[in-house]
Design a binder for this molecule. Sequence first.
Ligand code: ADP
Ligand code: MG
Length: 291
Amino acid sequence: SVPLGFFGGIGAASKQGVLVKGSNYLEALSEMKTIVFDKTGTLTKGEFVVSEVIPNGWEKEGLLEVAALAEGYSDHPISAALKKAYEEAELGELSMDRVEQAEEIAGHGIKAKIDGRVVYAGNAKLMEEKGVEYEPCTVPGTVVYLAAEKEFLGTIVISDTVKPEAKRAIAQLKQSGVKKTVMLTGDRKDVGEAVAESLGIDEVYTDLLPGDKVDKVEALLGELSEKEKLGFVGDGINDAPVLSRADIGIAMGSMGSDAAIEAADVVLMDDNILKISSIMRIAGKTLQIVH
Ligand code: ADP
Ligand code: MG
């Protein structure tokens, strides 16, 4: 049977706005030595803002319109930024009936059929896979390249900001006994490394596809002894497999996708990553009472 002290710990966590789905996760939290974070929406706000629109030989308005159409059905944080930029440019109502079809290509971007033409909106990997001769963009930020079939239409640069509490959250985790902090992202190297460095994160892996994130977590699990545990913190639909694979999957409750919340063992109801070290402390105390 489960010792009573564990329920006290789960209750104390819930008073802090943290849902812990079982007493075994409290025990694991007290032994968490490696913590792995997804970048977008977890360490950063996930509120992208368009900073540059660079059309390839035509108008900015046209490029922005194609981007907004292609991303019209997506709920990725990137698509919200592109739709907002289109609205703010006051170019008129977007006619979504021009979009016959749209699909998300995980870790790459979007493929959509607009006015009968196949349009791609996404990163360098997507352009390379589709054989588009694009002009690599060196402006700092997350870059969305656009192409209609193999014709390169231009580039839109967007940027996100780190959560104000992220740096303190990382420092407190280290004080709570975490030995290694890691960031995984599908974003490009310069963006990922800049975020990791500003937050004091030990290791960063960029340009990852959702499947690569599972592989990385497995490799990091392999570095730990049996008693040592690994936590993964994420928010997206694509994070569900990694959340399941980690010893402790931690999801964002308000910004997180349903799939992430369901796959997680621990849910931060208010998305505040400072709460992770708080519940590690609660977990430690609970175990002292129980044992
Ligand atoms: P993260 O790992 O930071 O959470 P994702 O896995 O969601 O990021 O996306 C990885 C990369 O794939 C993004 O940085 C972007 O380059 C590209 N991408 C994903 N979704 C979209 C989209 N809807 N539009 C454009 N690009 C996208
Ligand atoms: Mg994500």
